[in-house]
Design a protein around this ligand. Structure first.
Ligand SMILES: [Zn+2]
Length: 487
């Protein structure tokens, strides 16, 4: 068995791992978007990568012939997605439809939901997506693959154990030990430990020279804003929690003291955080408002028996602004998908029209400010949609588990400028990471005890050795992009 890694080397995300056998058959583990490498060469919306060649020439994907991507020189038997963060599946739309996709049920639901609201993902319709769950064994040619659930900041996350020709490979995907479902990660580790793993491909997101990369970026921005505008940006107050329960405590503490509208940015697929914020609003008797995309995602995930999420009618929806032909705001545009309009209609039928907030209704949130909590997946967009003439009295909390990744492609300086415009004095950061803390890397390696280990999904793999058990330092492999590793 041979492994080649085409993304996730010296970068967080973009994972793409090709596993091949001596009979030239192959499977692929993850097919992630490389945020940093894309950003280095392209720009949305004016100069995005649009032809397959664009991906090949800058190394976002290994070159292939034709208008979609296939594995050159190999018979590809399937592509397995570990979880539904874009940096693990974002290039699926480039995939040749002859290659079948395998993923967890929640991951499929999340990807389908994105597909409904984003036209750039229409290429996904061609693909065959098969679901697996823990306990399944997928037999693709000579490969036998065991998906095992792990805990991460998104539901439906898996690690894989791959066996081929008597050799065994384990791939962690993204995982953590301190989350509400740590026992799932434990299941993966136990299974890998009992298998005897020859090569472990392990996420090492949090291996970095400092623990809070956001803080240095904020410092740079603060200086820039001061020189440019002579305005003080909001002061960043960081509460790094070690468990989701602690996130809740911090939020309760903050909101209890606050007399303002609270705006919280959360990734819509982070159901643990969503549950936490919902519990906080209930405890403090605040009303919950969600931006339309977040609400739609939560509603679609509701069918997957994920407990504790707000149900239809438990929240009002902040409708995204749409401009009509006469220049005035309209409630719906004809471009919005039917399922999405039906979802909003269901809310109105249940709770009344004022539960879908748009047009002049927007102002009401700011009159009775301290009775609301707003959850958004894009705070900058929310701030931009505040009507003219409103002086909001507002607290802002950034509560994504990871600051600069995934669907927001967060533009921090723009967010800062809007916060300054609205005179928001504090930028609270309350979060707990979705990833293994560097100190847990040693525990995981001690338990699995692989013959060789490759760190991926980190910008600082040269620091990985600090966190591994001493006896394993010589087992670390640091391959270059596409370099074959014999398992
Ligand atoms: Zn992830």
């Amino acid at each position: 068995m041979k492994v080649r890694i085409y993304g996730g080397i010296r970068e967080i995300g973009g994972n793409k791992i090709l596993v091949s056998s001596s009979s030239r058959r192959a499977i692929i583990l993850d097919f992630g978007k490389s945020f940093s490498r894309e950003e280095a060469f392209f720009q949305y919306p004016f100069m995005p990568p649009s032809f397959p060649d664009d991906y090949f020439k800058v190394g976002l994907l290994p070159p292939a012939r034709g208008s979609s991507w296939r594995v050159e020189g190999y018979d590809a038997l399937g592509l397995l997605i570990s979880h539904a963060h874009l940096d693990h599946w974002g290039y699926l739309r480039m995939l040749n439809s002859e290659i079948e996709v395998f993923l967890g049920k929640a991951a499929r639901r999340i990807i389908e939901t994105y597909r409904m609201t984003r036209r750039d993902l229409s290429g996904l319709d061609r693909l065959k997506m098969n679901c697996f769950q823990t306990g399944d064994i997928l037999n693709l040619g000579e490969f036998s693959i065991m998906p095992i659930h792990v805990d991460h900041s998104i539901p439906g996350a898996y690690g894989f154990i791959v066996e081929c020709c008597g050799r065994k490979l384990a791939y962690t995907g993204d995982l953590r030990m301190h989350g509400p479902k740590a026992n799932m990660t434990r299941d993966f580790i136990d299974a890998a430990a009992s298998e005897g793993i020859n090569l472990l491909i392990m996420e090492a997101t949090k291996v970095a020279p400092e623990n809070d990369p956001e803080s240095s970026l904020v410092k740079v921005l603060e200086n820039r804003i001061w020189y440019r505008w002579r305005r003080s940006p909001p002061k960043r107050v960081n509460f790094e929690a070690s468990t989701e329960e602690e996130v809740k405590e911090k939020m309760v503490e903050l909101l209890e003291r606050s007399n303002s509208l609270t705006l919280i940015e959360v990734a819509p697929t982070d159901v643990d955080r969503m549950r936490t914020v919902y519990e906080v609003t209930k405890k403090l008797g605040r009303k919950l408002v969600m931006d339309e995309r977040t609400a739609f995602m939560i509603d679609r995930l509701g069918g997957l028996s994920i407990s504790g999420l707000p149900l239809l009618g438990d929240y009002a929806v902040w409708k995204r602004r749409k401009r009509g032909r006469d220049g005035r705001e309209i409630k719906f545009s004809s471009k919005e998908p039917k399922t999405f309009r039906e979802f909003l209609k269901k809310i109105e039928d249940k709770r009344g029209e004022d539960f879908v907030i748009w047009g002049e209704e927007r102002a009401k949130l700011f009159k009775d400010a301290n009775s609301y909590v707003i959850i958004t997946n894009n705070a900058t967009r929310f701030l931009y949609e505040i009507p003219l003439g409103i002086k909001p009295n507002m607290d802002f909390v950034m509560s994504r588990s990871e600051p600069f990744s995934e669907e927001s492609a967060l533009s921090l300086d723009r967010l800062m400028n809007w916060l300054i415009l609205y005179n928001v004095k504090r930028y609270y950061r309350i979060h707990v990471s979705g990833h293994l803390s560097p100190y847990q890397i040693k525990d995981v390696l001690d338990a699995i005890n692989p013959s060789k280990v490759v760190p991926v999904h980190t910008e600082h793999r040269d620091l990985f050795d600090i966190f591994v058990p001493r006896r394993m330092i010589s087992s670390i492999l640091l391959p270059e992009v596409g370099e074959p590793l014999e398992v």
